[in-house]
Design a protein around this ligand. Structure first.
Ligand code: AMP
Length: 213
């Protein structure tokens, strides 16, 4: 099963992807995490990506698509995956469709998580992420049991450089221009399921699971 999680930054895609991956025994493929890992490892790809990430811009397609395709060639995603943060524009969506089709596979469902701009700003400015396993937390909505430490793996929590108010605004602008057209793209393909993000993340997760069944 191949699932895409779509929605603005701060919609809770990362949180939901982690939960879905656990419940459905699927691997999460998060392009942002792949870039941050490359950056941590100081690779050429990571250094190049940082130039765009710091400004809240999209990393160019040729770099992003190649990175995700490399990830897709690994055996752990042969039976399915949960895409989080990819595709981010029509070009990437077409590249993903094409790559899966070559293996007689296709995206099964696209979950579009809807959330207001105001809510996005509140969520992102209180977000903390595990340096080791990338699990997301929120200082008000979903705090860790012990401050600064990941409940799942004990890793150190940090705030992303691109979660600053100015960069958040730019990321939202980029989302509306580049990524929001994917809503129509997947609607036309008959794959889109819309979920309103309200009532807490457990509630959203239940709605997603029932939409997938
Ligand atoms: P995210 O963790 O998904 O919010 O991504 C953080 C940043 O990584 C984005 O603001 C982009 O600069 C970059 N990025 C992540 N995924 C993509 C993608 N699919 N296409 C282009 N840039 C991406």
């Amino acid at each position: 099963m191949y699932i895409v999680l779509l929605g603005p930054p701060g919609a809770g895609k990362g949180t939901q992807a982690v939960k879905l991956a656990e419940k459905l025994k699927l691997v999460q493929v998060a392009s942002g995490d792949l870039f941050r890992k490359a950056l941590q490892e100081q690779t050429a790809l990571g250094k190049k990506a940082k130039l765009y990430m710091d400004k809240g811009q999209l990393v160019p397609d040729e770099i992003t698509i190649q990175m995700v395709m490399d990830r897709l060639s690994l055996p752990d995603v042969a039976e399915g995956a949960i895409f989080d943060g990819f595709p981010r524009n029509i070009e990437q969506a077409k590249a993903l469709d094409k790559a899966l089709k070559q293996q007689n596979k296709a995206i099964d469902k696209v979950i579009y998580i809807e959330v207001s701009e105001e809510e996005v700003l509140t969520r992102l400015s209180g977000r903390w992420i595990c340096r080791k396993c990338q699990s997301p937390y929120h200082e008000v909505d979903a705090p860790p049991k012990k401050a600064g430490m990941c409940d799942r793996c004990g890793g150190e929590l940090f705030q992303r450089d691109d979660d600053k108010p100015e960069t958040i605004k730019n990321r939202l602008k980029v989302y509306l221009k580049e990524t929001a057209p994917l809503i129509d793209y997947y609607k036309k393909a008959g794959k889109l399921v819309e979920i309103v993000s309200e009532g807490g993340m457990e509630n959203v997760n239940r709605k997603i699971i029932s939409a997938l069944h």
